[in-house]
Design a protein around this ligand. Structure first.
Ligand SMILES: NC(=O)c1ccc[n+]([C@@H]2O[C@H](COP(=O)([O-])OP(=O)(O)OC[C@H]3O[C@@H](n4cnc5c(N)ncnc54)[C@H](OP(=O)(O)O)[C@@H]3O)[C@@H](O)[C@H]2O)c1
Length: 243
């Protein structure tokens, strides 16, 4: 799973198609969508038109809350919209009235039937993840949760690591003050932007990150985070923004 992905919430139609084409052109190889976003068809078309081989693009989509009782059919609908035989990751978008082990069992079966290479959850607490593990013996491959310097929670990271659950952070900017003095200072020391520092900070914690933008220059800059790294001391200063 590429550590950097491209988020597509709140973009539809032509805007979604163009943004995903730009993202793939500048090097993203991981796209995050959901049935809820109503853009799976445009995301799928952008991937197909990119000229990249299907196996070179990691595609995540998610189960709509109201489809919890028909997860397999919902996944098949998503595959048809995306125009692919399988996704790389299928997530329960949010706990459908509790952890819902029966929904999780449907995802495991769909994975075993090769409709998704991996399955996981989103917006689950550790207690809810434990409920799924207790019911089925299988942990989600990924838990996609809201993350950013102000939301940093080391306890959650270590609980997830103990269970072999990869943490994927969403809304890295939505939850962050990009004018924060610590971020601005660290960015200036590296000759990068505060937004790039925030994304790099996720990587230093081994958190997958999926920024969204419709602005070509930001799409490009958000992917340009592999040419510098943060020291332990810088990471600690950013971690402290959650206090
Ligand atoms: N699982 C879930 O429940 C869940 C919930 C929310 C989001 N997500 C996923 O996570 C992805 C990312 O989260 P998000 O869309 O909420 O928000 P985000 O990526 O944190 O922020 C997007 C906003 O930041 C702006 N932006 C992007 N790059 C920037 C930069 N370099 N400098 C300054 N501003 C910048 C964008 O503006 P422009 O577009 O105008 O450039 C947009 O307004 C979503 O798209 C979706 O795929 C999942």
């Amino acid at each position: 799973m590429p550590m950097l992905g491209f988020g597509t919430w709140q973009i539809r139609g032509r805007e979604a198609y163009d943004a995903v084409r730009t993202a793939l052109d500048v090097g993203y190889r991981h796209v995050d969508t959901a049935a809820l976003y109503e853009n799976e068809a445009e995301v799928g078309r952008a991937i197909a038109d990119s000229g990249l081989a299907r196996e070179d693009v990691f595609i995540t989509t998610k189960l709509l809350h109201s489809d919890a009782g028909r997860a397999r059919e919902a996944l098949q609908d998503s595959l048809a919209a995306l125009g692919v035989d399988a996704v790389d990751l299928y997530l329960i978008h949010s706990p459908p009235g509790g952890a819902s082990p029966p929904t999780w069992e449907q995802l495991l079966t769909a994975r075993d039937d090769r409709l998704a290479r991996a399955v996981g959850v989103s917006n689950y607490s550790t207690a809810q993840v434990d409920e799924l593990i207790q019911a089925t013996g299988e942990a989600p491959a990924v838990n996609q949760v809201k993350w950013g310097p102000s939301l940093h929670d080391p306890g959650f990271l270590s609980e997830s690591a103990q269970r072999n659950v990869v943490v994927e952070g969403y809304s890295p900017f939505r939850s962050t003050d990009l004018h924060d003095e610590t971020l601005v200072r660290i960015a200036s020391d590296h000759g990068v932007t505060p937004a790039q520092v925030v994304l790099r900070w996720h990587l230093e914690h081994e958190i997958v990150v999926i920024p969204k933008s419709v602005t070509a220059e930001r799409i490009r800059a958000n992917a340009d985070i592999f040419g510098f790294s943060l020291s332990e001391e810088e990471v600690a200063r950013i971690d402290a923004l959650s206090q």
